[in-house]
Design a protein around this ligand. Structure first.
Ligand SMILES: [Zn+2]
Length: 360
């Protein structure tokens, strides 16, 4: 869309967002049973000049300045609440603390997925400055390790492969892999963010195990056949950092290996991913997590039942504002990223479009 049209649309939708958020807050009078809840979904918080951004998808981050602006923009319109406390109040059918004082602003909870180190470095200071708390959903198998998730690894491989000669085994393997996803291999675009996003989206037709097998082999070829350095600083949190993030961050579960819990996932593996994650959090932090986040938003029938047995509530990647009567195991969120929400107007417009998806 042309920039001017986008501006006009954003201005219009930002106004609509202010009206919508105010109306939804006013309807509830602090009653947890009927109280709608807006949940913001973030992943990474990285400054524009941070080198970690080179291997990241545009949809995965906001800058610290953008996060700060978003919280400041929302402050007059919403009441920041802790997701765990909101869920507890809803389950117990009581008024959420603070609601009885006549604060009629819409409840808003903040979430961060995965367990990125940058949440400690850049999100925590911003949240503390605004007096807000958040829930961080940990994929525990990555905490305190040098591992990252397959989309980041694939992104990294694409960028590195762009510099390789045509005979390199890693480059040939990558070309075959891309072709198998249905995307046209085009090595002139390997370093292009949009191309990487396209390949990552198309790769989701394969299982995580298949993708990791391909990546492990590719990185082995890469180190054997080239001088390229694979040196990479820590990207994920360690358990000590997680501990120091309390009470700004409450910890929720996000599986061990970030397995997508779709119908292709083996039910026994799903159970192991949930139990392993709960055990790791309990052994490191001494508390059992009550909240869960479905990796990639995927959830099979078995996964849904398994999650309901183990947790008090779960968040999805589905858009919308949660209303009375909505299931606590399919809580909707509105995802925010730098490209689409780095001004107050575009941010509010994004919230409006996200909220409209649920018919709010
Ligand atoms: Zn995730």
């Amino acid at each position: 869309m042309k920039a001017l049209l986008k501006n006009i649309r954003d201005t219009y939708q930002a106004k609509a967002a202010r009206r919508l958020l105010t109306r939804m807050g006013g309807e509830t009078k602090g009653d947890a049973n009927t109280q709608p809840l807006l949940i913001l979904m973030y992943h990474r918080v990285l400054p524009e000049q941070d080198e970690r951004l080179a291997f990241e998808e545009p949809g995965m981050y906001v800058t610290p300045e953008t996060l700060s602006m978003q919280l400041k923009t929302l402050q007059p319109l919403v009441r920041f609440v802790d997701l765990g406390q909101w869920v507890k109040a809803r389950r117990e059918g009581r008024v959420l603390e603070g609601g009885e004082t006549g604060d009629n602003r819409l409840c808003c909870a903040i979430t961060f997925d995965d367990g990125w180190l940058d949440n400690y470095e850049f999100a925590m200071p911003v949240l503390r400055e605004h007096g807000a708390t958040a829930t961080i959903f940990l994929a525990t198998g990555f905490i305190g390790t040098g591992r990252t998730f397959w989309p980041e690894q694939l992104n990294r491989l694409l960028k590195l492969a762009a510099a390789l000669g045509p005979d390199s085994r890693a480059k040939i393997g990558l070309e075959e892999f891309i072709a198998s996803t249905g995307v046209k291999p085009d090595s002139t675009r390997y370093a292009n963010k949009e191309y990487a996003a396209e390949v990552i989206a198309a790769s989701k037709q394969f299982t995580d195990a298949q993708i990791y097998r391909f990546l492990d082999e590719s990185f082995e070829h890469l180190t054997q056949d080239s001088e390229l350095t694979l040196e990479q600083g820590a990207e994920m949190l360690d358990w000590h950092q997680v501990k120091t993030m309390a009470p700004t961050f409450d910890v929720g579960a996000h599986t061990v290996n970030h397995l997508r819990l779709n119908e292709a996932a083996d039910p026994a593996a799903v159970d192991a991913e949930l139990d392993g994650c709960i055990d790791a959090i309990q052994s490191h932090l001494g508390a059992v997590p009550s909240l869960f986040c479905y990796p990639n938003g995927d959830v099979s029938k078995h996964a849904r039942e398994a999650v309901e047995q183990r947790f008090a509530a779960a968040v999805t990647t589905g858009n919308g504002i949660n209303q009375a009567g909505d299931s606590l195991f399919a809580l909707k969120r509105i995802g925010l990223h730098e490209d689409a929400s780095n001004t107050p107007e575009s941010f509010l417009a994004k919230l409006y479009r996200g909220a409209s998806a649920s018919g709010a």
